[in-house]
Design a protein around this ligand. Structure first.
Ligand code: ZN
Length: 475
């Protein structure tokens, strides 16, 4: 009996703590919105429009220097002072600009790529039109990511106009191979390493100001990417042991692949864990969440097991921040209805989480493949990146500048489920933050690598100001 009372007492205390923690969390609203477009925004929109109208689609495993040189001429026309005063280095179409500061002990690297992915399908505005309509600049690259390239070039252009001299060295870095994870950024990093540059902070695109970042939480949030998941493409081949479609045996190639896929669908082998970065993200979002979510996010110490189970069910995006994922993407059997395939082939794309990296994630897949007599081949594999220290000076500087530039905008750590150029810079820089200071609403999120890419250009003055403030605050 006494044990029951003790258990009851503990439960009552726990419930009280949970409720008090939740109720003590003030309710906040994500109030930041970009101001209406003014004259400045129009000027920036026109510059961005011209950059978008220039086709810079990159082709994997191809040196496209000749294709990018004319685009560089456009940059020179749009940002003449940057080109007159900064030291320009061009390596196979990749760009590095150096702006000497008063000091060189805390170099700052501003980064975003020039290349874009191909544009297919029917668009409202032709993908390389650069049309300005309905408050938006339309076309491939408008949001991924000529907007941020435009914004940091423009920021430096305006600072030069004012006769400003930076306290610290500034580098502008822009590869032309990011979309296929090519060798452009590594070459730029090699060049920085050759010069003995150890950036204090690298600020690349990747995250951004995201509207409604997690289901149930409304408004704009600065989601600053702190690490990237790794990735690999894998091919799984099940070979036939013979037989005819009129007399099929058991364990045909297609059946074995189906069994294999089912294992992942029903008994996900990958370990879920809430990293300190993801936990911090949910804690930052808690004051903006509806009551039930706030109750969970403010009490992760208690509800962790529940969250690990529930989050992937609520949102695949949230689930992807907790574990390695595998997406089955390609499938091929025989070419005729009445022919058993000699071999059936399945393609999949994996994304590795740091706590269960490439080696151990692939080992789990290999074990299941062997169980079903399936051959596994791995292509384009890279492991997860390191994480930025979210309590360190690089991340703090970015959050402070976000506060200064966008009053009322909350900064949260964010997991990049895709790969960017930024991972290359971890070789020379301790603090690598992925944040483009532009607004990505649901329409912009859909447009990136999809149809009808666009950006609402009233957010562009904020983007330019962010880079100016970042240069100014790095002392
Ligand atoms: Zn992209």
């Amino acid at each position: 009996m006494i044990v029951l009372w003790i258990i009851l007492g503990v439960l009552v205390i726990l419930a009280a703590v949970v409720l008090i923690r939740t109720l003590l969390t003030p309710k906040k609203e994500a109030a930041y919105k970009a101001p209406a477009a003014d004259e400045r925004a129009e000027v920036y929109a026109k510059k961005l429009s011209r950059m978008v109208a220039f086709d810079t689609v990159s082709i994997p495993e191809t040196n496209q220097r000749e294709k990018f040189l004319p685009f560089h001429q456009l940059l020179e026309e749009l940002f003449p002072l940057v080109h007159a005063r900064l030291e320009k280095t061009e390596i196979d179409g990749n760009l590095l600009f150096f702006w000497k500061g008063k000091h060189s002990d805390r170099p700052l690297v501003l980064m975003s790529h020039q290349d874009v992915v191909p544009a297919e399908g029917e668009w409202l505005h032709a993908p390389f039109s650069g049309d300005i309509a309905d408050g938006k600049v339309w076309g491939r690259g408008a949001s991924d990511t000529k907007c941020s390239v435009m914004a940091f070039f423009q920021a430096v252009e305006e600072l030069l106009e004012q006769g400003y001299e930076p306290e610290q060295d500034v580098y502008l870095s822009s590869s032309c191979t990011e979309e296929w994870a090519g060798d452009g950024c590594p070459k730029l990093v090699d060049e920085l390493a050759r010069r003995g540059v150890h950036p204090f902070l690298v600020c690349d695109e990747g995250g951004g100001i995201i509207t409604d970042p997690v289901g149930g939480i409304k408004g704009n949030f600065a989601m600053a990417g702190v690490f990237e998941k790794g990735k690999a493409d894998i091919r799984l081949t099940a070979a036939s042991s013979g037989g005819h479609a009129s007399t099929p045996g058991k364990h045909t190639p297609v059946a074995r692949l189906a069994d294999f896929v089912n294992e992942f669908e029903h008994h996900d082998p990958f370990r879920k864990k809430m990293s300190p970065e993801v936990q911090s993200m949910f804690e930052q979002l808690a004051p903006y969440a509806p009551f039930y979510m706030k109750l969970l996010f403010r009490n992760i110490w208690l509800f962790r097991p529940l969250l690990l189970k529930a989050l992937p069910m609520i949102s695949p995006a949230a689930g992807a921040m907790l574990k390695t994922t595998i997406a089955f993407t390609m499938l091929k059997g025989s070419d005729a209805y009445n022919v058993l395939p000699q071999e059936a082939v399945l393609g999949a794309n994996m994304r590795f989480i740091p706590h269960e990296g490439m080696a151990s994630s692939l080992a789990k897949v290999r074990k299941l493949a062997e169980k079903h007599d399936i051959k596994l081949e791995v292509f384009h594999a890279v492991d997860a990146s390191r994480s930025v220290d979210i309590h360190g000076p690089g991340f703090s500087l970015v959050s402070e500048v976000i506060q200064e530039t966008f009053p009322g905008l909350e900064t949260c750590p964010y997991v990049m489920t895709g790969a960017t150029d930024a991972r290359n810079d971890e070789r020379i820089a301790e603090h690598v933050v992925r944040f483009a200071p532009v607004i990505y609403g649901p329409e912009q999120m859909k447009g990136m690598h999809g149809l009808n890419e666009n950006i609402e250009y009233n957010c562009l003055p904020g983007a330019v100001d962010f880079y100016k403030n970042l240069i100014g605050s790095n002392r």
